[in-house]
Design a protein around this ligand. Structure first.
Ligand code: EPU
Length: 418
């Protein structure tokens, strides 16, 4: 098994272009299946979750070409085979769930297993299935698989019990082919959801309330040739920002959105990390010390994102006092605690709260990765630690971070894959 080997203590300095967003590009690839014209996506990250998404697209008979150097993906979905998705393709990642809304819309039928993804909680799909039922679909599910069938999807009012990102996206994907208007109440407001809406509008859909809690969707997808540039990955920017912070660094991240640090910036300031913005970059300047955070809770956008919680824990391990994190989205997102303890961190968990007492320094250790963001967090800890850190099983990290070792090395970090 390969590992990331990190020698800690090198401050990150310089400039880096940030990859396109994983959680934005996955629904965009799924949405391309609804367009009988050609969809060109620019700025796509070269990560394994995207490869898996394209594998499924091709399984449905679409043409999909990926130019890894330029980050361009070209998809032609003029003809689609209405088939079930093989189990191994579905179970390997969460993004596969989005094909349920798409295939229901395009073919009126889909049978698939439950999606996989990082084991950060139970991750049920009941909101998705309940919504499809409300839209007129016949939904039958057992222990292993789900079958959804619908002759005509009907627009309706769907009140989500929680602003689920995936359920909001799935309903939108189905609703752009439904008869009548669909209203989603309590929709997820994450910018990745807005990205999906914006691209569907380019394809001819009529969507109002983009980026808000209430979204109105009318059908209108036409055969169009479209081009869309994926937003920069806000979680990757945040990850590099924290890596800069713990190493006493000063880096600039080139991004294609100005609001990229929403939800993350407030906490940066509270920890003593300075941010400066230009038209196409955010500069991150670490403070002398990391100021502890008495209490922070993960929340749906625009709150502090759960996808930054593990990385925050690594940073606060080096804080100047006691910090408390409450994880409110995923109940099993504290996998890294056992690994940070090996490095000399002082952390205790109680239910969904973690109590982190900052220590002066961390020491290098051999660490196991159990989920994507946890893996990134351990790299951050390794960059700050004294001595050598080995982060085992990079497969998790490669699901969402493009060339993370190369990028950090370019910034002066001492990290390589071996
Ligand atoms: N939930 C339900 N029932 C459902 C759907 C969700 O109970 O039918 C619950 C979940 O168990 C969770 C909460 O609602 O407690 C939020 O889940 P959500 O549906 O918003 O998450 P997701 O769509 O499965 C996406 C991202 C995650 C990110 C979350 C929250 C993708 C592919 N994944 O997941 O990204 O953490 O939204 O922002 O977009 C990551 O990138 O590392 C990652 C895990």
């Amino acid at each position: 098994m390969q590992s990331y080997i990190i020698e800690g203590g090198y401050p990150l300095k310089g400039e880096i272009r940030v990859q396109g967003s994983k959680n934005a590009v996955l629904p965009l690839v799924a949405a391309a299946l609804l367009n009988e014209g050609t969809t060109v996506l620019n700025g796509c990250p070269d990560i394994s979750d995207v490869d898996k998404m394209l594998e499924i697209i091709r399984h449905f008979g679409c043409e999909a070409y990926q130019d890894r150097d330029s980050g361009t993906i070209t998809i032609n979905a003029a003809s689609v085979h209405c088939e079930d998705i093989p189990e191994d393709m579905v179970r390997s990642f969460r993004g596969s769930m989005l094909f349920m809304g798409v295939m229901l819309a395009r073919c009126g039928h889909i049978e698939m297993n439950y999606p996989g993804g990082c084991m950060i909680g139970e991750r049920p799909v009941n909101y998705h299935l309940d919504a499809f039922r409300e839209m007129g679909a016949d939904v039958v599910y057992g222990k292993d698989n789900i079958v959804c069938t619908c002759k005509t999807l009907k627009g309706c009012k769907i009140a989500l019990p929680f602003p689920s990102v995936g359920a909001t996206e799935n309903v939108i994907l189905a609703a752009v082919k439904a008869v009548g208007t669909t209203m989603i109440i309590n929709a997820a407001m994450e910018p990745e959801v807005a990205e999906l809406c914006n691209m569907l509008c380019l394809m001819g859909a009529d969507i109002k309330g983009i980026g808000s809690k209430i979204i109105l969707i009318r059908k209108g997808i036409e055969k169009r040739n479209i081009r869309y540039t994926v937003m920069s990955d806000r979680i990757v920017v945040g990850t590099y920002a924290y890596a800069a912070a713990v190493t006493g660094g000063d880096i600039s991240c080139i991004v294609n959105r100005q609001d990229i640090m929403t939800g993350i910036s407030v906490l940066c300031k509270r920890m003593g990390i300075k941010l400066k913005y230009g038209n196409d970059y955010v500069r991150i300047i670490s403070g002398k010390n990391i100021t502890s955070i008495p209490y922070i809770k993960t929340e749906p956008y625009p709150g502090f994102p759960t996808d930054m919680q593990s990385q925050l824990m690594s940073v606060l391990s080096l804080g100047n006092g006691m910090s408390v994190i409450e994880e409110s989205i995923f109940e099993k997102r504290y996998h890294i605690v056992s690994e940070l303890l090996k490095m000399g961190a002082d952390i205790r968990t109680e239910g969904n709260r973690a109590y982190i007492c900052g220590v002066k320094s961390l020491k290098g250790a051999k660490l196991e990765v159990k989920d994507l963001r946890g893996g990134a967090a351990l790299i951050i800890a390794g960059l700050a630690a004294d001595g050598t850190t080995t982060v085992l099983d990079p497969g998790y990290i490669d699901r969402g971070y493009e060339k993370i070792a190369d990028n950090l090395s370019e910034l002066g970090g001492n990290i390589h894959l071996a």
